[in-house]
Design a protein around this ligand. Structure first.
Ligand code: BES
Ligand code: MN
Ligand code: ZN
Length: 459
Protein backbone atom coordinates (compact mmCIF):
# COMPACT_ATOMS: atom_id res chain seq x y z
CA UNK A 1 0.00 0.00 0.00
CA UNK A 2 1.45 3.43 -0.88
CA UNK A 3 0.54 4.67 2.61
CA UNK A 4 2.19 2.73 5.42
CA UNK A 5 1.57 3.43 9.08
CA UNK A 6 4.28 4.52 11.51
CA UNK A 7 3.59 3.17 14.97
CA UNK A 8 6.50 4.72 16.80
CA UNK A 9 6.83 8.51 16.76
CA UNK A 10 9.42 9.53 14.18
CA UNK A 11 11.10 12.77 15.13
CA UNK A 12 11.54 13.66 11.51
CA UNK A 13 7.95 13.37 10.28
CA UNK A 14 6.29 16.53 8.98
CA UNK A 15 3.11 18.02 10.49
CA UNK A 16 -0.22 18.28 8.69
CA UNK A 17 -2.29 21.19 10.04
CA UNK A 18 -6.03 20.69 9.69
CA UNK A 19 -7.92 23.92 8.97
CA UNK A 20 -11.67 24.47 9.03
CA UNK A 21 -13.15 26.73 6.36
CA UNK A 22 -11.94 30.33 6.77
CA UNK A 23 -10.35 29.51 10.14
CA UNK A 24 -6.67 29.83 9.29
CA UNK A 25 -6.04 32.14 12.21
CA UNK A 26 -7.21 29.50 14.69
CA UNK A 27 -4.60 27.08 13.36
CA UNK A 28 -1.55 26.08 15.45
CA UNK A 29 0.84 26.41 12.51
CA UNK A 30 3.74 28.90 12.70
CA UNK A 31 2.81 32.51 11.78
CA UNK A 32 4.95 32.47 8.66
CA UNK A 33 3.20 29.32 7.44
CA UNK A 34 -0.20 30.93 7.96
CA UNK A 35 0.94 33.97 6.00
CA UNK A 36 2.10 31.62 3.23
CA UNK A 37 -1.33 29.96 3.20
CA UNK A 38 -3.10 33.31 2.94
CA UNK A 39 -0.76 34.44 0.17
CA UNK A 40 -1.65 31.26 -1.72
CA UNK A 41 -5.38 31.76 -1.29
CA UNK A 42 -5.69 28.63 0.86
CA UNK A 43 -8.91 28.99 2.84
CA UNK A 44 -9.43 25.55 4.37
CA UNK A 45 -11.92 24.43 1.70
CA UNK A 46 -12.79 20.73 2.03
CA UNK A 47 -10.11 18.25 0.90
CA UNK A 48 -7.63 20.92 -0.26
CA UNK A 49 -3.93 20.54 0.50
CA UNK A 50 -1.14 23.15 0.55
CA UNK A 51 2.45 22.26 1.29
CA UNK A 52 4.56 24.59 3.47
CA UNK A 53 8.17 25.43 2.55
CA UNK A 54 10.89 25.47 5.20
CA UNK A 55 13.82 27.87 5.39
CA UNK A 56 16.15 25.99 3.07
CA UNK A 57 13.39 25.25 0.59
CA UNK A 58 12.74 21.80 2.00
CA UNK A 59 9.23 20.79 3.02
CA UNK A 60 8.16 21.93 6.48
CA UNK A 61 4.63 20.55 6.57
CA UNK A 62 1.25 20.93 4.96
CA UNK A 63 -2.18 22.43 5.48
CA UNK A 64 -5.27 20.33 5.00
CA UNK A 65 -8.71 21.88 4.50
CA UNK A 66 -11.59 20.41 6.48
CA UNK A 67 -14.20 22.68 4.89
CA UNK A 68 -17.40 23.40 6.73
CA UNK A 69 -17.15 21.12 9.76
CA UNK A 70 -20.86 20.20 9.68
CA UNK A 71 -20.55 18.83 6.16
CA UNK A 72 -17.09 17.32 6.64
CA UNK A 73 -16.60 13.67 5.77
CA UNK A 74 -13.97 12.23 8.12
CA UNK A 75 -12.69 10.03 5.29
CA UNK A 76 -11.78 13.17 3.32
CA UNK A 77 -8.30 12.92 4.85
CA UNK A 78 -7.82 10.58 1.90
CA UNK A 79 -7.08 13.72 -0.13
CA UNK A 80 -3.74 13.83 1.68
CA UNK A 81 -2.77 10.44 0.28
CA UNK A 82 -3.54 11.72 -3.19
CA UNK A 83 -1.83 15.11 -2.87
CA UNK A 84 1.03 15.04 -0.35
CA UNK A 85 4.57 14.58 -1.64
CA UNK A 86 6.44 11.42 -0.67
CA UNK A 87 7.77 11.37 2.89
CA UNK A 88 6.94 10.87 6.56
CA UNK A 89 3.95 12.76 7.99
CA UNK A 90 1.80 13.11 11.08
CA UNK A 91 -1.32 15.05 12.08
CA UNK A 92 -0.30 18.12 14.12
CA UNK A 93 -3.43 17.55 16.24
CA UNK A 94 -5.31 14.27 16.64
CA UNK A 95 -8.22 14.54 14.17
CA UNK A 96 -11.78 14.47 15.53
CA UNK A 97 -12.62 11.05 14.11
CA UNK A 98 -9.04 9.89 14.00
CA UNK A 99 -9.73 6.26 13.06
CA UNK A 100 -11.79 7.32 10.06
CA UNK A 101 -9.22 9.93 9.06
CA UNK A 102 -6.51 7.28 9.03
CA UNK A 103 -8.78 4.88 7.15
CA UNK A 104 -9.48 7.65 4.62
CA UNK A 105 -5.75 7.96 4.10
CA UNK A 106 -5.34 4.26 3.39
CA UNK A 107 -8.38 4.18 1.10
CA UNK A 108 -7.31 7.39 -0.63
CA UNK A 109 -3.92 5.93 -1.41
CA UNK A 110 -5.52 3.18 -3.49
CA UNK A 111 -4.85 2.86 -7.19
CA UNK A 112 -5.75 -0.04 -9.47
CA UNK A 113 -2.35 -0.90 -10.93
CA UNK A 114 -2.88 -4.35 -12.48
CA UNK A 115 -2.67 -3.06 -16.04
CA UNK A 116 0.31 -0.77 -15.66
CA UNK A 117 -1.03 2.47 -14.17
CA UNK A 118 1.36 3.96 -11.63
CA UNK A 119 0.77 3.54 -7.88
CA UNK A 120 0.29 6.68 -5.81
CA UNK A 121 3.05 8.46 -3.89
CA UNK A 122 4.62 6.49 -1.08
CA UNK A 123 3.79 8.12 2.25
CA UNK A 124 4.45 7.04 5.78
CA UNK A 125 1.94 8.35 8.28
CA UNK A 126 2.20 8.29 12.03
CA UNK A 127 -0.76 6.60 13.76
CA UNK A 128 -2.64 9.22 15.80
CA UNK A 129 -2.85 8.61 19.53
CA UNK A 130 -5.67 6.28 20.58
CA UNK A 131 -6.16 4.74 17.14
CA UNK A 132 -6.04 0.96 16.73
CA UNK A 133 -3.89 0.78 13.62
CA UNK A 134 -4.37 -2.93 13.02
CA UNK A 135 -8.13 -2.47 13.02
CA UNK A 136 -7.83 0.35 10.48
CA UNK A 137 -5.63 -1.86 8.31
CA UNK A 138 -8.11 -4.74 8.49
CA UNK A 139 -10.89 -2.43 7.31
CA UNK A 140 -8.78 -0.93 4.53
CA UNK A 141 -7.61 -4.33 3.31
CA UNK A 142 -11.19 -5.59 3.09
CA UNK A 143 -12.31 -2.53 1.11
CA UNK A 144 -9.30 -2.72 -1.18
CA UNK A 145 -9.90 -6.40 -1.86
CA UNK A 146 -13.44 -5.53 -2.94
CA UNK A 147 -12.20 -2.70 -5.16
CA UNK A 148 -9.55 -4.83 -6.85
CA UNK A 149 -11.99 -7.65 -7.58
CA UNK A 150 -14.56 -5.29 -9.06
CA UNK A 151 -12.04 -3.33 -11.11
CA UNK A 152 -10.63 -6.43 -12.75
CA UNK A 153 -12.39 -6.85 -16.09
CA UNK A 154 -14.51 -9.92 -16.74
CA UNK A 155 -11.87 -11.32 -19.10
CA UNK A 156 -9.61 -11.71 -16.08
CA UNK A 157 -12.29 -12.08 -13.41
CA UNK A 158 -14.60 -14.79 -14.68
CA UNK A 159 -16.15 -17.46 -12.43
CA UNK A 160 -12.81 -19.32 -12.40
CA UNK A 161 -10.79 -16.27 -11.29
CA UNK A 162 -13.43 -15.37 -8.70
CA UNK A 163 -13.08 -18.92 -7.38
CA UNK A 164 -9.29 -18.50 -7.26
CA UNK A 165 -9.61 -15.22 -5.35
CA UNK A 166 -11.99 -16.85 -2.88
CA UNK A 167 -9.61 -19.79 -2.43
CA UNK A 168 -6.69 -17.42 -1.81
CA UNK A 169 -8.68 -15.61 0.88
CA UNK A 170 -9.73 -18.92 2.43
CA UNK A 171 -6.17 -20.22 2.65
CA UNK A 172 -4.91 -16.92 4.06
CA UNK A 173 -7.25 -17.36 7.03
CA UNK A 174 -7.45 -21.13 7.38
CA UNK A 175 -10.99 -21.33 6.01
CA UNK A 176 -12.29 -24.20 3.90
CA UNK A 177 -13.70 -23.77 0.43
CA UNK A 178 -15.92 -26.23 -1.38
CA UNK A 179 -17.06 -25.67 -4.94
CA UNK A 180 -20.02 -27.13 -6.78
CA UNK A 181 -19.15 -26.89 -10.46
CA UNK A 182 -21.11 -27.15 -13.71
CA UNK A 183 -23.53 -30.07 -13.97
CA UNK A 184 -22.88 -30.93 -10.32
CA UNK A 185 -25.10 -27.91 -9.61
CA UNK A 186 -28.00 -30.01 -10.95
CA UNK A 187 -27.02 -33.02 -8.82
CA UNK A 188 -26.77 -30.80 -5.74
CA UNK A 189 -30.14 -29.19 -6.51
CA UNK A 190 -28.96 -25.70 -7.38
CA UNK A 191 -30.82 -25.50 -10.69
CA UNK A 192 -31.21 -21.74 -11.09
CA UNK A 193 -27.47 -21.12 -10.66
CA UNK A 194 -26.94 -23.66 -13.41
CA UNK A 195 -29.62 -22.21 -15.70
CA UNK A 196 -28.28 -18.65 -15.51
CA UNK A 197 -24.64 -19.64 -15.96
CA UNK A 198 -24.79 -22.57 -18.38
CA UNK A 199 -24.44 -20.55 -21.61
CA UNK A 200 -21.02 -19.19 -20.63
CA UNK A 201 -17.64 -20.64 -21.59
CA UNK A 202 -16.63 -20.83 -17.91
CA UNK A 203 -18.87 -23.24 -16.00
CA UNK A 204 -21.23 -21.79 -13.40
CA UNK A 205 -20.42 -22.71 -9.82
CA UNK A 206 -21.33 -22.18 -6.19
CA UNK A 207 -18.45 -21.21 -3.90
CA UNK A 208 -18.97 -22.20 -0.27
CA UNK A 209 -16.43 -20.89 2.24
CA UNK A 210 -16.57 -21.81 5.92
CA UNK A 211 -14.52 -20.50 8.80
CA UNK A 212 -14.64 -20.37 12.60
CA UNK A 213 -15.71 -22.34 15.61
CA UNK A 214 -18.40 -24.82 14.61
CA UNK A 215 -20.71 -23.94 17.52
CA UNK A 216 -20.33 -20.18 17.31
CA UNK A 217 -23.32 -18.12 16.09
CA UNK A 218 -23.86 -18.72 12.38
CA UNK A 219 -23.35 -15.65 10.21
CA UNK A 220 -23.82 -16.31 6.50
CA UNK A 221 -22.94 -13.88 3.72
CA UNK A 222 -24.28 -14.39 0.21
CA UNK A 223 -22.85 -12.32 -2.64
CA UNK A 224 -24.03 -11.98 -6.23
CA UNK A 225 -21.15 -13.21 -8.36
CA UNK A 226 -22.33 -12.44 -11.88
CA UNK A 227 -18.91 -11.91 -13.43
CA UNK A 228 -20.44 -10.33 -16.49
CA UNK A 229 -24.06 -9.50 -17.19
CA UNK A 230 -24.96 -9.22 -20.86
CA UNK A 231 -28.60 -9.40 -19.84
CA UNK A 232 -28.83 -12.86 -21.40
CA UNK A 233 -31.24 -13.17 -24.35
CA UNK A 234 -33.10 -10.04 -23.23
CA UNK A 235 -29.74 -8.41 -24.02
CA UNK A 236 -28.72 -5.14 -22.45
CA UNK A 237 -28.06 -2.16 -24.75
CA UNK A 238 -24.40 -1.10 -25.08
CA UNK A 239 -24.57 1.68 -22.50
CA UNK A 240 -26.18 -0.63 -19.96
CA UNK A 241 -23.63 -3.39 -20.55
CA UNK A 242 -20.49 -1.25 -20.40
CA UNK A 243 -19.99 -1.47 -16.64
CA UNK A 244 -21.23 -4.99 -16.15
CA UNK A 245 -17.86 -6.36 -15.07
CA UNK A 246 -18.96 -4.97 -11.73
CA UNK A 247 -21.94 -7.32 -11.49
CA UNK A 248 -19.91 -9.47 -9.09
CA UNK A 249 -19.78 -6.45 -6.76
CA UNK A 250 -21.90 -8.27 -4.16
CA UNK A 251 -19.43 -11.16 -4.13
CA UNK A 252 -16.49 -8.76 -3.97
CA UNK A 253 -18.07 -6.96 -1.03
CA UNK A 254 -18.91 -10.07 0.97
CA UNK A 255 -15.34 -11.30 0.41
CA UNK A 256 -14.03 -7.95 1.68
CA UNK A 257 -16.33 -8.25 4.69
CA UNK A 258 -15.26 -11.87 5.25
CA UNK A 259 -11.63 -10.78 5.27
CA UNK A 260 -12.42 -8.17 7.96
CA UNK A 261 -14.29 -10.75 10.05
CA UNK A 262 -11.58 -13.40 9.79
CA UNK A 263 -8.70 -10.97 10.35
CA UNK A 264 -10.46 -9.71 13.50
CA UNK A 265 -11.14 -13.31 14.57
CA UNK A 266 -14.74 -12.54 15.47
CA UNK A 267 -16.42 -15.36 17.35
CA UNK A 268 -18.76 -16.50 14.58
CA UNK A 269 -19.15 -19.53 12.38
CA UNK A 270 -18.81 -17.66 9.11
CA UNK A 271 -20.15 -18.99 5.83
CA UNK A 272 -19.78 -17.21 2.52
CA UNK A 273 -21.84 -18.39 -0.45
CA UNK A 274 -21.11 -17.01 -3.90
CA UNK A 275 -22.95 -18.14 -6.99
CA UNK A 276 -20.26 -17.37 -9.58
CA UNK A 277 -21.64 -17.25 -13.12
CA UNK A 278 -21.61 -15.27 -16.30
CA UNK A 279 -24.99 -14.27 -17.76
CA UNK A 280 -24.06 -14.99 -21.37
CA UNK A 281 -25.79 -15.60 -24.69
CA UNK A 282 -25.54 -18.94 -26.52
CA UNK A 283 -27.83 -21.63 -27.93
CA UNK A 284 -28.21 -23.21 -24.52
CA UNK A 285 -29.06 -19.97 -22.74
CA UNK A 286 -32.18 -19.87 -20.55
CA UNK A 287 -35.01 -17.99 -22.25
CA UNK A 288 -37.73 -15.47 -21.53
CA UNK A 289 -40.83 -17.53 -20.81
CA UNK A 290 -38.93 -20.54 -19.47
CA UNK A 291 -39.99 -21.85 -16.09
CA UNK A 292 -37.22 -22.84 -13.69
CA UNK A 293 -37.70 -24.99 -10.64
CA UNK A 294 -35.68 -23.53 -7.80
CA UNK A 295 -33.82 -25.35 -5.04
CA UNK A 296 -36.65 -24.46 -2.69
CA UNK A 297 -39.18 -26.04 -5.01
CA UNK A 298 -40.85 -22.78 -6.03
CA UNK A 299 -41.28 -22.55 -9.79
CA UNK A 300 -40.08 -19.30 -11.36
CA UNK A 301 -41.30 -17.96 -14.69
CA UNK A 302 -38.65 -15.94 -16.48
CA UNK A 303 -40.14 -12.59 -17.47
CA UNK A 304 -36.69 -11.25 -18.32
CA UNK A 305 -33.33 -13.01 -18.40
CA UNK A 306 -31.71 -9.75 -17.27
CA UNK A 307 -33.18 -10.25 -13.81
CA UNK A 308 -30.63 -13.04 -13.31
CA UNK A 309 -29.07 -11.95 -10.02
CA UNK A 310 -32.15 -12.76 -7.97
CA UNK A 311 -32.26 -16.24 -9.56
CA UNK A 312 -28.72 -17.27 -8.62
CA UNK A 313 -29.11 -15.64 -5.21
CA UNK A 314 -32.40 -17.43 -4.58
CA UNK A 315 -30.78 -20.88 -4.78
CA UNK A 316 -27.77 -19.80 -2.71
CA UNK A 317 -30.02 -18.20 -0.10
CA UNK A 318 -32.32 -21.19 0.07
CA UNK A 319 -29.24 -23.30 0.80
CA UNK A 320 -28.04 -20.80 3.41
CA UNK A 321 -31.46 -20.74 5.02
CA UNK A 322 -31.49 -24.51 5.52
CA UNK A 323 -29.04 -24.34 8.43
CA UNK A 324 -31.04 -21.57 10.12
CA UNK A 325 -28.26 -19.01 10.49
CA UNK A 326 -28.54 -16.40 13.21
CA UNK A 327 -27.82 -13.72 10.63
CA UNK A 328 -28.12 -13.95 6.86
CA UNK A 329 -26.77 -11.08 4.81
CA UNK A 330 -26.88 -10.82 1.06
CA UNK A 331 -25.23 -8.18 -1.09
CA UNK A 332 -25.88 -7.68 -4.78
CA UNK A 333 -25.69 -5.20 -7.62
CA UNK A 334 -29.28 -6.22 -8.07
CA UNK A 335 -31.25 -3.41 -9.68
CA UNK A 336 -30.79 -0.25 -11.69
CA UNK A 337 -33.87 0.94 -9.80
CA UNK A 338 -31.88 1.27 -6.55
CA UNK A 339 -29.69 3.86 -8.31
CA UNK A 340 -32.69 5.76 -9.57
CA UNK A 341 -34.04 5.88 -6.03
CA UNK A 342 -30.90 6.77 -4.04
CA UNK A 343 -28.06 7.37 -6.49
CA UNK A 344 -24.75 5.50 -6.61
CA UNK A 345 -23.43 6.40 -3.14
CA UNK A 346 -26.28 5.36 -0.83
CA UNK A 347 -27.17 1.68 -1.06
CA UNK A 348 -30.63 0.74 0.16
CA UNK A 349 -30.92 -2.14 2.58
CA UNK A 350 -33.94 -4.22 3.48
CA UNK A 351 -34.81 -6.14 6.62
CA UNK A 352 -37.85 -6.93 8.73
CA UNK A 353 -35.73 -7.10 11.86
CA UNK A 354 -36.08 -3.75 13.62
CA UNK A 355 -33.10 -4.24 15.94
CA UNK A 356 -30.89 -5.10 12.99
CA UNK A 357 -32.20 -2.14 10.99
CA UNK A 358 -31.49 0.25 13.86
CA UNK A 359 -28.02 -1.18 14.45
CA UNK A 360 -27.17 -0.88 10.75
CA UNK A 361 -28.47 2.67 10.48
CA UNK A 362 -26.47 3.75 13.53
CA UNK A 363 -23.32 1.99 12.41
CA UNK A 364 -23.64 3.47 8.94
CA UNK A 365 -23.72 6.94 10.47
CA UNK A 366 -20.88 6.34 12.92
CA UNK A 367 -18.42 4.86 10.41
CA UNK A 368 -19.39 7.12 7.48
CA UNK A 369 -20.49 4.19 5.33
CA UNK A 370 -23.79 5.35 3.82
CA UNK A 371 -26.83 3.06 3.88
CA UNK A 372 -30.54 3.76 3.85
CA UNK A 373 -33.35 1.43 4.82
CA UNK A 374 -36.14 0.87 2.30
CA UNK A 375 -39.29 -1.21 2.91
CA UNK A 376 -40.05 -4.82 2.08
CA UNK A 377 -43.57 -3.71 1.18
CA UNK A 378 -45.46 -7.01 1.27
CA UNK A 379 -48.47 -5.93 -0.85
CA UNK A 380 -46.09 -5.54 -3.80
CA UNK A 381 -45.41 -9.28 -3.77
CA UNK A 382 -48.54 -9.75 -5.89
CA UNK A 383 -46.77 -7.85 -8.67
CA UNK A 384 -44.63 -10.96 -9.13
CA UNK A 385 -47.67 -13.21 -9.71
CA UNK A 386 -47.29 -15.59 -12.66
CA UNK A 387 -50.08 -17.16 -14.71
CA UNK A 388 -48.26 -20.49 -14.94
CA UNK A 389 -45.68 -20.66 -12.12
CA UNK A 390 -45.41 -19.85 -8.42
CA UNK A 391 -43.69 -16.54 -9.11
CA UNK A 392 -42.31 -14.41 -11.96
CA UNK A 393 -38.78 -13.02 -11.75
CA UNK A 394 -39.90 -9.50 -12.77
CA UNK A 395 -42.94 -7.28 -12.43
CA UNK A 396 -44.56 -5.82 -15.52
CA UNK A 397 -44.03 -2.12 -14.86
CA UNK A 398 -40.89 -0.54 -13.50
CA UNK A 399 -42.39 0.57 -10.18
CA UNK A 400 -40.47 -0.21 -6.97
CA UNK A 401 -37.89 -2.28 -8.80
CA UNK A 402 -35.49 -2.51 -5.87
CA UNK A 403 -38.06 -3.34 -3.15
CA UNK A 404 -39.70 -5.93 -5.40
CA UNK A 405 -36.34 -7.61 -6.06
CA UNK A 406 -35.91 -7.73 -2.27
CA UNK A 407 -39.35 -9.28 -1.88
CA UNK A 408 -38.46 -11.89 -4.49
CA UNK A 409 -35.38 -12.88 -2.47
CA UNK A 410 -37.47 -12.96 0.70
CA UNK A 411 -39.54 -15.81 -0.75
CA UNK A 412 -36.43 -18.00 -0.37
CA UNK A 413 -35.65 -17.09 3.25
CA UNK A 414 -37.77 -18.67 5.98
CA UNK A 415 -35.69 -20.10 8.78
CA UNK A 416 -32.86 -17.60 9.16
CA UNK A 417 -33.26 -15.80 12.52
CA UNK A 418 -32.60 -12.47 10.80
CA UNK A 419 -31.94 -11.39 7.24
CA UNK A 420 -30.77 -8.19 5.58
CA UNK A 421 -30.45 -7.55 1.85
CA UNK A 422 -28.18 -4.84 0.39
CA UNK A 423 -28.80 -3.57 -3.15
CA UNK A 424 -25.43 -1.96 -3.84
CA UNK A 425 -23.96 -0.18 -6.84
CA UNK A 426 -20.35 -1.22 -6.12
CA UNK A 427 -18.89 1.62 -8.13
CA UNK A 428 -17.73 5.22 -7.73
CA UNK A 429 -18.79 7.09 -10.85
CA UNK A 430 -16.92 10.21 -9.66
CA UNK A 431 -13.61 10.69 -7.89
CA UNK A 432 -13.75 11.26 -4.13
CA UNK A 433 -11.02 12.35 -1.70
CA UNK A 434 -10.79 8.76 -0.47
CA UNK A 435 -11.51 6.92 -3.71
CA UNK A 436 -10.80 7.01 -7.42
CA UNK A 437 -13.42 6.29 -10.07
CA UNK A 438 -14.00 2.53 -10.09
CA UNK A 439 -15.03 -0.41 -7.95
CA UNK A 440 -16.10 0.42 -4.41
CA UNK A 441 -16.81 -1.29 -1.12
CA UNK A 442 -20.22 -0.25 0.15
CA UNK A 443 -21.91 -1.06 3.44
CA UNK A 444 -19.35 -3.60 4.63
CA UNK A 445 -17.72 -1.31 7.21
CA UNK A 446 -21.14 -0.60 8.69
CA UNK A 447 -21.95 -4.31 8.78
CA UNK A 448 -18.55 -5.04 10.33
CA UNK A 449 -19.34 -2.51 13.06
CA UNK A 450 -22.58 -4.31 13.89
CA UNK A 451 -20.84 -7.70 13.90
CA UNK A 452 -18.10 -6.43 16.24
CA UNK A 453 -20.78 -5.08 18.59
CA UNK A 454 -22.51 -8.45 18.61
CA UNK A 455 -19.67 -10.92 18.44
CA UNK A 456 -16.79 -9.17 20.15
CA UNK A 457 -13.57 -7.75 18.84
CA UNK A 458 -11.88 -11.14 19.22
CA UNK A 459 -8.19 -11.77 19.68
N1 BES B 1 -26.96 -6.20 -12.75
C1 BES B 1 -28.21 -5.64 -13.10
C2 BES B 1 -28.59 -4.44 -12.24
C3 BES B 1 -27.74 -3.23 -12.35
C4 BES B 1 -27.70 -2.51 -13.54
C5 BES B 1 -27.07 -2.76 -11.25
C6 BES B 1 -26.94 -1.38 -13.60
C7 BES B 1 -26.33 -1.64 -11.32
C8 BES B 1 -26.25 -0.94 -12.50
C9 BES B 1 -29.31 -6.66 -12.94
O1 BES B 1 -28.96 -7.95 -13.24
C10 BES B 1 -30.37 -6.23 -13.89
O2 BES B 1 -30.13 -6.23 -15.06
N2 BES B 1 -31.53 -5.85 -13.36
C11 BES B 1 -32.59 -5.38 -14.16
C12 BES B 1 -33.86 -5.97 -13.61
C13 BES B 1 -35.06 -5.81 -14.51
C14 BES B 1 -34.90 -6.67 -15.75
C15 BES B 1 -36.28 -6.19 -13.73
C16 BES B 1 -32.63 -3.86 -14.08
O3 BES B 1 -32.36 -3.31 -13.02
O4 BES B 1 -32.90 -3.24 -15.11
MN1 MN C 1 -29.13 -8.38 -15.30
ZN1 ZN D 1 -26.99 -8.47 -13.03
Amino acid sequence: MPVTLLNSPEASSLPVYAVEADALDACQAPKAAIAWAKANGFSGAAATVLTIPGESGALAGAFFGLGNSDAANPLAAGALARQLPEGDWHFADVPKQAELALLGLLLGSYAFTRYGKKPRNTLRFRVPEGVDASRVERLANGCILARDLINTPAGDMGPDALEDATRALASEHGATLSVTLGDDLLKENLPMIHAVGRAAEAAPRLLDLKWGRENAPKVTLVGKGVCFDTGGLDLKPAAGMLLMKKDMGGAANVLGLASMIMAAKLDVRLRVLIPAVENAVAGNAFRPGDVLTSRKGLTVEIGNTDAEGRLVLADAMALADEEEPELLIDMATLTGAARVALGPDVPPFYTDNEALADALAQASESVADPLWRMPLWKPYLSRLDSKIADINNVSLDGFAGSPIAGLFLGRFVEKAKSWAHFDIYGWNPAEKPYAPVGGEAQGIRAIERVLVQRYGAGA
